[in-house]
Design a protein around this ligand. Structure first.
Ligand code: ADP
Ligand code: F6P
Length: 321
């Protein structure tokens, strides 16, 4: 293999740049050229790509976002779009592709593999909703951003005897809400996987008030079935003892310099992706299993759901008393 390509796709995640750097430098060290595809599958369809040099990835290890940019693209989901992508790949003489992205992006990677293109996926999404890896790139940084916000909000909540409802990201996954809640000392945690009713949220807040707490924090994942604003209105009507305030953290969670953990994870995964591709592996995703970087078939990755251990919910409940 003499020429490969790399793209970042779907929602951006801190550490994507560290992964790009690792891919480019690992490949160049092995005398393999690397095309950087801009704006993911959209760029692939438009032929928006150029060969990358080692200097182009200098000084990006610590930067959030992605220098290759990212995009969502509907055309690539169609058979026609995929044929067009294959044509672009052949035009450029690309012999293998590395896709860095979330669940949807990895579905796209599998589509390329099915067309006969050698492909390796690298999991990057702050949601930590990808099966086959303990952690995806960006999760640790996002979690630290959430904790920073939670700590600050608790300071002001305690000073005023208030309760805060804090919405964190997680379209289909409550990982950030659960871990953020446990590590930020929340009284109530609401996730799509184990949702509690608004009535129950009010009860838990009242309980915290009656037990003499000076504040109450409820962390809710954006994927919960009721809107956060709905919950706040409900709580205000119920008079839980606390005055209620709402904070939606939003895209702040997606930006920022990657933590040491994310830089290392991205660097190891990027390097491993190139090594596996050059060794002839295809249709696989690299993942973290204990201390090791392993691979799993993309078919399994997209078919299976990453479960959160029940133990964490029990832990959250017991430690919030
Ligand atoms: P993420 O990768 O963060 O989960 P998306 O779900 O938006 O983000 O997916 C990113 C892109 O991956 C989509 O815009 C589309 O171009 C591509 N993609 C998603 N699902 C598929 C699919 N089933 N087949 C082919 N491409 C897909
Ligand atoms: O997939 C990561 C994620 O952050 C989700 O939690 C969130 O719903 C989504 O991306 C929002 O992405 P965007 O605003 O880019 O559409």
């Amino acid at each position: 293999m003499k020429r490969i390509a790399v793209m970042t796709s779907g929602g951006d995640a801190p550490g994507m740049n560290a992964a790009i750097r690792a891919v480019v430098r690992t490949a160049l060290e092995r005398k393999v050229e690397v095309y950087g595809i801009r704006q993911a599958y959209a760029g692939l369809l438009n032929g928006d790509m150029s060969l990358m040099t080692s200097r182009e990835v200098s000084g990006i290890l610590q930067r959030g976002g992605t220098i290759l940019q990212t995009a969502r693209n509907e055309e690539f989901k169609t058979a026609q779009g995929q044929m067009k992508a294959l044509r672009r790949i052949n035009e450029k003489g690309i012999e293998g592709v590395i896709v860095i992205g979330g669940d949807g992006s990895l579905r796209g990677a599998l589509a390329l593999k099915k067309l006969g293109v050698p492909v390796i996926g690298v999991p990057a999404s702050i949601d930590n909703d990808i099966w086959g890896t303990n952690m995806s790139i960006g999760v640790d940084t996002a979690l630290n951003t959430i904790l920073d916000a939670l700590d600050r909000l608790r300071d002001t909540a305690t000073s005023h005897n208030r309760a805060f409802v804090i919405e964190v990201m997680g379209r289909n996954s409550g990982y950030l809400a659960l871990m953020g809640g446990i590590l930020g000392g929340a009284e109530v945690i609401i996730t799509p996987e184990k949702e509690i009713s608004m009535e129950e949220v009010a009860k838990q807040m009242e309980d915290a008030y009656v037990r003499g707490k000076s504040h109450a924090i409820a962390v809710i994942a954006e994927g919960a079935s009721y809107r956060t604003t709905e919950l706040v209105s409900f709580l205000n009507e119920r008079h839980t003892g606390f005055e209620i305030r709402l904070t939606i953290l939003g895209h702040i969670q997606r930006g920022g310099s990657p933590t040491a953990f994310d830089r290392l994870l991205a660097t190891r995964m990027g390097r491993s992706a190139v090594e596996r591709l050059l060794a002839g592996e295809t249709g696989m995703m690299v993942g973290l299993d204990g201390r090791e970087i392993v691979t799993h078939p993309l078919e399994d990755v997209i078919a299976k759901t990453r479960e959160i251990s029940e133990n964490y919910y029990e832990m959250a409940w017991e430690l919030s008393r």
